[in-house]
Design a binder for this molecule. Sequence first.
Ligand code: UDP
Length: 380
Amino acid sequence: MKILFLDQSGKLGGAELSLTDLANFYRDNCLVGLFCDGSFKELLEQKNIPVTVLTNQKINVRKTSSIIDSLGSISSIIPLIAKVAKLARNYDLIYANTQKALVVGALASILSRRPLVYHLRDILSADHFSRTNRWIAVTLANRFSSLVITNSKATQAAFIEAGGRIDLTTVVYNGFEPNNYRIPEFNSHEIRQKIGFKQQFIVGHFSRLSPWKGQHILLEALSECPSDIAAIFVGDALFGEQDYVEYLHQQVTALNLEERVKFIGFRSDIVPLMKACDLIAHTSTAPEPFGRVIVEAMLCDRPIVASAAGGVIELIETDKTGWLFPPGNSQHLAQIITTCYNHPKQAQTRVNQAKIQATQRFDLHAINHQIDQLLQQLLS
Ligand code: UDP
């Protein structure tokens, strides 16, 4: 089976990291076509996964775009659609990994007469997308895709709620290779020294900087916690959220947290960094489609606290494998952080359970095979 994967992003978000793991499985028989150059292409090249950048022209549709904006941009993507359609004739199917990839992939699938698979990794709700963009995604998926893989039940439910056809959908969680989260020689003290914290207890936040990822909620919570607790924020503003970054820095000053907070930017060595933390916090204020960071924390043997919305509820069993708090409720988050700080043994019990569950439920090998079976069925 030969697959043409499509992804709009040049940068490394969760969708791109998940696609890397899947494309690696098909590396001898696939091509990843990107709509943008950047670090995603570099990662695929490092892993010897065939990749090509299909256009250098920016596609000016944002998640909040109106119908006029969206229609206006269609003419600009016609050459890209023609290129993908021509390329697709050498492949058995087109696999769209993002929204813009769906638009291009749907039209290219008609021209090339190749089946289209849509891997939906977004919650199609008003929190994340304009009405127009939801309508476009659902209409194209309903009309042109043969299969919609959703990365959680929450993602599936939002697709159906937006008008998507239930019969097209199958839920497949993201896969993780547990061995990638083991480090034999690991010196937590050295990493903490490099980060430059004196505090005993470090809360880690691993996510791109964006208002709905809720970094400000963790800052608010930190100001309510004992002063021996600090936080590191790992990740960058990937999609131009510079105002929010400035706001976060102002918040640090206003809450007098300068000695207890560090922003260390985007890092590719997240495993040692996670292991050097005492607790991982996931603070999205809107429903999260999946939340890779949660499973990564579990595989790194770290306690996890996350806001209870979207796919997150499917990943954490509250009171058993982690802690959940209502989205946006910084006081509740502060209480949980303080509990973990005061009761490390209680946290360790949940860590042990979480590791067992994560290893069983999100095994990369099993999940890649599950997707492979779905694709084989489709082609037969
Ligand atoms: N991540 C990373 N470096 C960073 C920050 C985040 O590699 O500096 C990774 C993180 O480990 C996770 C992914 O980016 O694998 C984010 O995925 P998630 O599902 O949590 O959020 P998304 O980006 O899809 O909204």
